[in-house]
Design a protein around this ligand. Sequence first.
Ligand SMILES: C[C@H](N)C(=O)N1CCC[C@H]1C(=O)O
Length: 622
Amino acid sequence: MTAECCGYPISIFFIVVNEFCERFSYYGMRAVLVLYFRYFLLWDDDLATSIYHAFVALCYLTPILGAIIADSWLGKFKTIIYLSIVYAIGQVTMAISTIHDITDANRDGTPDNFTFHIALSMLGLILIALGTGGIKPCVAAFGGDQFQEHQSRQLNTFFSVFYLCINAGSLLSTLITPVLRAQECGIHTQQQCYPLAFGVPAVLMVISLVVFIAGSGMYVKTDPEGNIMWSVCKCIGFAIKNRFRHRSSSYPKREHWMDWANEKYDKLLIAQIKMVLKVLFLYIPLPMFWTLFDQKGSRWTLQATTMSGDFVSILISTVNPILILTLVPIMDRLIFPLIQKCGLNFSPLKRMTVGMLFAAMAFVSAALVQIEIDKTLPNFPSSSESQLKVVNTYSTTLNVTISPNEHLLIESFGVQLHTSKHTYSTISCMFVNDFSLIHGEQWCEFSRKFGFGASYTFLIPSTVFSDDCESITEVEDMKPNSVHMALQIPQYFLITTGEVMFSVTGLQFSYSQAPKNMKSVLQAGWLCTNAVGNIIVLIVAELGKLPKQWAEYLLFASLLVAVSIIFSIMAYFYTYIDPAEIEAQVRKEQGLEPEEMEKETLEMEEKDEDQKNEQGVKQTKI
Ligand SMILES: C[C@H](N)C(=O)N1CCC[C@H]1C(=O)O
């Protein structure tokens, strides 16, 4: 019997605090990673974003490894501890790699040996990906393991609270770590403080580990039942081979292709594999949701840069976790109970389908915003055109004729305007609030806010200093961005509503539909849908760019609608199961473990009927 508080096992307190600290560590490090690549390692934008996306994809691929270790070898508890140690070492390695003084022998403020810093940071990132991905399926499943049969309502709430902790950690760290980076620190020279920005996430990871270990005495720990993954692979392999051997129509058909393993493998194992395969099959269309979701960080961020408003980076990095923290309780306490009261069966798979449709609507909203933005954008010359600007300071009107074969290119960057060599200069800056012309002691100052996205030309006559600065003419070549960033809020709201319905439900569903000995494996399968989504963003979204951004948004929205229709058809044919009941049935058929079975049957009878309705459970024999 585990210790309880308000119907919840006390042990889950340690698990949710552990998750909060771990997500703080992960998202905090991610918030400054691209900046570190860009401004410390001096990589270009393309390399920095590619390595960043590859790292994120790796973090969602390693759950498979963690799940195999947990379910086949070490058990969830030990796997979480060992991989958290790997994770913490990775974070510390990463923090050390950002200390510029280590290789700054000439003390000029920049590292002398970039290879050292790159090698150390890549090692750190690999360890982090192994750690964060490895423990992720185990922590959620381990949390679920703490609940008993009669606590299925509390189990659902646990997954919502778990998701809230993820986002609370994400919100705080994305606010804090960029501020830490902006501090100055160093032994020989003062530089932006990357060691602090990466060091604090490392400390949080150590705290996460300590909190998890502190709960040791209270956890329900299930031991792995041998090398389950190897048995699963062998069993599937045998079923395929046996089916192929008996392909002639003279052999009677079997109910399920896995039944071709009956000759050699335990019925219980076959039943468990069927349960897992059914769910994994259902997951095939799901990466499309993450493909759209992950574009928040790329396409939508770029969209924001063409809009007006000064809070770009803060808005972008925090709006999603803030909305999650608000929407999860509203959905759990208000919307879902209300739907249930109306007599509608809003089963997990229906919620996930509606979640996908919300994400599609978010992209329709993004397309509408893009159309508004496009109306305000200047027409840039295409790859087969040139643009000329002719400034007439002569006293009469002049006719300009253009010979189509001649190209004119005037380009000079810098802040010095020479009167003879270069009379034209382009300066692009962020947050330009004042602009001064200095000539010896004399100067002209233009103190006002220059709009984002705007382009100005200043015409300086030769008499400028004798005539006073009044003679300088300012021309607005391109208007400042005028579509306000607040217009992006509906799309963020829609995608986050979709995330609550899709992701929180997916987490619960993956746990509830998995046999006891493969809970982590199914969590890993669920997380893999995220990895594949990330990879699709990397490949398809980067390669196949449509000429009009709004058209691309609509294309993604249509694809997700198509995918959600396919998913809803698959879901229609899916029968919710109670894995424990099926396992008990198989054991009964095999005449095994009567005492164990009796206990399980009793527990099942005690189960709350309306909790089943809440899940939309239709018990069936697999
Ligand atoms: C920060 C996101 N709202 C979020 O909670 N997640 C995005 C991918 C899954 C989930 C996470 O576990 O971090």
